[in-house]
Design a protein around this ligand. Structure first.
Ligand code: ADP
Ligand code: MG
Length: 357
């Protein structure tokens, strides 16, 4: 697959701060890409540099094979959907969507019939039929999000950048808009680069997931790879589904405050050593239960459980005060009741552990 966008060694500074510190990435055509990173990691800055609203100090940006470093934003043919939607409150849904086409810097649409057809096609694509005449102050959050998207897509960009597009929506709507956004993208066939601080959103939506850590791309891969084989403890931490132990390699395992933890195979190379076990790979047993030779077992004191709908997460306090989390999917097993302050054994298979050294 050929790349629609390539960045090499892109650096952007604000005074002493390196907001982007040598970004390397290559995005495939016709795909959904999510960019995951904690707040302040440089996500918005990266989008603004790609769109051309900010000039990087160094590095190259190639769009469809062409260097666009000196191309102004309105000539890049890249759409931008802002976090707060940025709709015109005094204009109707229809006029908000038409605005971009009429006022496009390159090739504005002046034929009213053509304009009407394009706007109506877009309104139906994003599921807003019937709301054309409404003011944008009289529609819901999800509908605003669709107007913002339609207003960008109607200009037929070759790529669309979305900055936390679902951040302003409530949880139910957010889940529904995820699949809608994916469907809309498939219909128009352009690459979406979707920025989010939510690991579940990034993994659920992206054909490709990029993880931004301290102004650099820490990992790029499909959701499965990122989820199952994070390339560093930092990436594992952002995914919010791994218990991490610091420590160091030792004879027969990885030495931590919990003792020697066994694993299989070779550790992955990383700057900061760590041992990681996924929340949903841990079995909870009565304290003192026997473990098999291919298992690792520690003990912890039960604190509390939290239901999330499809799963229950149980929290344990380890002897050094560290909190250890176990996730049980309710489709796999019925929820059990654990007794607060009681000790339990926490066991997992050696082969399920990830070790960074
Ligand atoms: P994110 O979108 O991941 O939360 P940002 O890209 O907004 O992160 O910001 C990355 C870093 O750059 C932050 O430390 C932020 O404070 C800083 N920053 C962003 N924009 C500016 C600006 N215009 N002037 C100075 N610092 C900025
Ligand atoms: Mg941001």
């Amino acid at each position: 697959m050929s790349a629609v966008l390539q960045l090499s060694n892109v650096v952007k500074t604000y005074g002493d701060l390196r907001a982007l510190d040598g970004i390397e990435l290559s995005l495939p055509e016709d795909s959904y890409v999510s960019l995951l990173g904690p707040s302040g990691s440089g996500k918005t800055t990266l989008l603004r540099v790609i769109a051309g609203f900010e000039q990087p100090e160094s590095g190259a940006i190639r769009f469809s094979g062409k260097d666009v470093s000196n191309t102004p934003p309105h000539e890049r043919n890249i759409g931008f959907v802002f976090q707060n939607f940025a709709l015109f409150p005094h204009l109707s849904v229809y006029d908000n969507i038409a605005f971009g086409l009429v006022n496009r810097a390159v090739d504005p649409v002046t034929d009213m019939k053509l304009l009407d057809r394009k706007v109506r096609d877009m309104i139906s694509l994003v599921g807003l039929a019937g709301l054309e005449g409404r003011a944008t102050t009289q529609i819901s959050g999800g509908q605003k999000q669709r107007v913002a998207l339609a207003r960008t897509l109607v200009t037929e960009p070759q790529m669309v950048l979305l900055d936390e597009p679902l951040g302003a929506l409530d949880a139910n709507l957010r889940a529904r808009m995820r699949s809608e956004l994916r469907m809309i993208r498939e219909r128009c066939g352009v690459t979406f680069l979707h920025v989010t601080g939510s690991e579940t959103e990034a993994l659920a939506m992206g054909d490709t997931v990029l993880v931004l850590d301290r102004a650099r791309i820490a990992q790029q891969g499909d959701s499965d790879t990122i989820y199952n084989r994070p390339c560093s403890p930092a990436v594992a931490r952002f995914l919010n589904c791994y218990n991490l132990f610091s420590g160091k390699m030792a004879d027969g395992g990885f030495a931590t405050a919990q003792g020697l933890l066994g694993f299989q195979g070779h550790p992955q190379r990383a700057a900061d050593p760590a041992y990681a076990i996924r929340y949903d790979r841990v079995d909870i047993r009565p304290a003192g239960a026997a473990a098999t030779a291919d298992e690792v077992q520690i003990e912890g004191t039960f604190i509390a459980s939290e239901y999330t709908g499809s799963a229950v997460n149980a929290f344990f306090s380890l002897d050094d005060g560290k909190v250890f989390e176990v996730e049980a999917h309710l489709s796999h097993r019925a929820p059990e009741n654990y007794e607060p302050h009681r000790r339990y054994a926490l066991a997992w298979k050696r082969e399920d552990a990830l070790v960074f050294a």
